[in-house]
Design a protein around this ligand. Structure first.
Ligand SMILES: [Zn+2]
Length: 406
């Protein structure tokens, strides 16, 4: 009988995976549940162990969760691992990136391929990735995960430079051939680098529905002071690169309000970092659009600025938080689990299931990939991960590890 059942399973090419807990994310967790998956990784059902013969099951200890979605990375900067100092603040960091970015193409390509594999091995099934150049387009064409490529534009707040910036990056955008399931858009870099004219061009380009637009937001104190009263380190930064801010006028409000006034609330908007965002800032964005997502990259925030967002403000405002790794220029690895460990270490009041939703379904929705990813719902192919060595209360701790099962 057991042999026959085994043959039947082989014919049907099903896997029956069970562990202490299964977290479907969009539904309540199931203790000792059985996740039934076909040979293409499609979720068929979640059932109870009592419905199955023990010999048919793959049994694990730990928690079974959907694949992770990494909503913020710059895969093309992977070759800069360890090149820029930690803890110096955003402006010295950007200066380091600009001045140390150019190396041999083979090294760039090799680092991109290794970083992409590192993410696949760590359970990442989709990536929101910033591109200024076409260096990552070859690996993205292989389609090993779903990519949302954000071609990133900036003109250093110079309206006169908007047209050239738009033309140059349109050429990069056109070079990206999309693998099935992937997507692309043109996006503004940050409030402190994009003129009103360039915002208008980007908005006009992204007029179709269902587009995600990403923007770096409120990552460092000088970003806010530039907009509040035109003071702070960005003045000197621009001066050093010979860029005049003579025409720039302070708005008297934190930087995010400039973004809200110049972006299109009909797009899905992914604000990235938000290290300094307050409850009021978050609420203002929610009042502006019902399609707002907040990507947090805690390890990059520690790497660059040695500070973290106040997650309580995001919990209090029911903000849809997602998780990103940022790039290897500002991180020690590209692992969503390591990002969750950092949140658990420094702000342990964030519940495990909340963090899990940030790392899976919220990210999938932010990228418009929730049709196949983000939760264990029948018909989806979200990837299947095993989290092992959770704490006694089922939380993430330093020893927690991840294995990709599907
Ligand atoms: Zn970034």
């Amino acid at each position: 009988m057991a042999i026959f059942a085994g043959k039947l399973n082989l014919f049907q090419a099903m896997r029956k995976i069970t562990a202490d807990w299964i977290f479907p994310v969009a539904a309540a967790p199931v203790q000792a549940g059985v996740l039934i998956v076909d040979d293409a990784g499609k979720i068929l059902a979640i059932e109870s162990r009592t419905q199955h013969e023990a010999g048919d099951l793959e049994v694990f200890h730990g928690a079974i969760v959907p694949g992770f979605v990494n909503t913020h990375c710059h895969l093309e900067l992977s070759h800069m691992l360890g090149k820029v100092d930690t803890g110096t603040g955003l402006i010295p960091f950007i200066t380091g990136v600009v001045t140390k970015r150019n190396v041999a193409q083979e090294l760039i390509t090799e680092a991109i391929n290794n970083a992409n594999q590192e993410m696949l091995d760590g359970g990442i099934v989709a990536l929101g990735d910033i591109s200024n150049a076409p260096d990552t387009f070859a690996v993205k064409a292989l389609g090993k995960m779903r990519y949302y490529t954000f071609i990133e534009l900036f003109d250093f707040l110079q309206d006169a430079g908007a047209e050239k910036a738009f033309a140059d990056w349109s050429a990069v955008y056109d070079q990206l051939a999309l693998a099935p399931g992937s997507a692309k858009s043109m996006v503004p870099h940050a409030p402190y680098t994009v003129s009103k004219t360039l915002f208008e061009k980007i908005n006009a380009f992204n007029a179709a529905s269902g587009i995600t637009v990403s923007i770096h937001n409120q990552e460092t104190p000088p970003e806010n002071t530039l907009f509040l009263d035109k003071t702070g380190d960005f003045i000197e930064f621009y001066g050093r690169f010979g860029v005049s801010l003579e025409q720039f006028e302070a708005t008297g409000q934190p930087s995010i309000y400039y973004a809200l006034r110049n972006m299109n609330p009909q797009n899905r908007t992914l604000f990235v970092h938000n290290t300094l965002s307050t409850r009021e800032d978050i609420q203002a964005a929610h009042a502006w659009s019902d399609q707002v997502y907040w990507a947090t990259c805690p390890n990059a925030n520690l790497y660059i600025e040695n500070r973290l967002p106040n997650y309580q403000a995001f919990l209090d405002t029911q903000a849809r938080v997602t998780v990103g790794t940022d790039s290897l220029t500002s991180n020690w690895q590209l692992s969503i689990l390591e990002e969750l460990k950092t949140i658990a270490r420094y702000q342990s009041y964030v519940p495990f299931e909340t963090m899990l939703r940030w790392a899976t379904l919220n990210g999938a929705e932010a990228l418009g990939f929730q049709d196949t990813l983000g939760s264990f719902a029948p018909g989806k192919t979200p990837g299947v991960l095993l989290l092992e060595h959770l704490s006694a209360t089922g939380g993430i701790q330093a020893q927690t590890s991840v294995r990709r099962l599907v």
